[in-house]
Design a protein around this ligand. Structure first.
Ligand code: ADE
Length: 217
């Protein structure tokens, strides 16, 4: 899978892409990430990417020409046609685990991080989906894009090993299981005991307890 991110702040992604599971996913060649600097598509010698809104109002908007040029460059670099262009915006559809599973099946994702007060509405014609990570407004789409790419990457087959496989988490009805609580040593911590059944060695009873203490979402 290839995930391309169009952003004015590619350096924000360095820590996330260079750590832990996302780094391993790249190392194992299961996922390829590419950061596209929107500034490279800016207009004129000053590489302008934003402008004031028609009709007046506060703040600046992302101009359509650089964004659409960046989307077209991202699209032209992919093989296969199973791709989706996703705009991160608080006005989008609420992101869920079911959506993450849908995205994980695609060969190519192109994520667009909005900035400033917003973007020229005409860019939405070049976008397949608009996604919000929740009903709150961030300063840009970078953190939402990181959340999306983290949640999608862990669902790509082979990224998580063995028992922790993502399949275990999902039901055929599209809902998802939120795992039961976990405990490790010591058996008693500040007066709190590990549930006895987990120490019983009775695998059937442990499985029943785990099911009963899992949540469906
Ligand atoms: N950009 C700013 N806020 C956002 C949100 N809640 N979800 C997605 N993108 C955003």
């Amino acid at each position: 899978m290839k995930i391309q991110v169009i952003t004015l702040f590619p350096e924000m992604f360095e820590g996330v892409l260079g750590s832990s599971m996302l780094w391993k996913a790249q190392d194992k060649k299961l996922v390829e990430y590419k950061l596209i600097n929107l500034r490279d598509f800016g207009l004129g010698p000053r590489k302008i990417v934003d402008d004031t809104p028609y009709g007046g109002g506060d703040g600046m908007l992302l101009k359509p020409e650089p964004l659409v040029a960046a989307i077209e460059a991202a699209k032209s670099s992919v093989v296969g046609n199973k791709s989706s262009v996703i705009l991160m915006t608080p006005r989008g559809k609420k992101y869920t685990q079911a959506k993450a599973r849908e995205f994980a099946k695609l060969e190519n994702l192109i994520l667009i991080c909005g900035r400033y007060e917003g973007y020229d509405e005409r860019i939405t014609k070049f976008v397949d989906e608009q996604i919000s990570i929740g009903d709150y407004v961030l300063t840009g789409g970078e953190l939402p894009a990181m959340i999306l790419l983290d949640s999608v990457t862990r669902l790509v087959p082979g990224v998580l090993g063995g028992d922790t496989s993502a399949e275990k988490e999902s039901f055929s009805d599209g809902s998802s299981i939120l795992e039961h609580p976990h405990y490790t040593r010591p058996e008693v911590f500040r007066g709190m005991k590990v549930p006895g059944v987990l120490l019983s060695g009775n695998h059937a009873a442990i499985e029943t307890w785990r099911k009963q203490n899992s949540k469906k979402s």
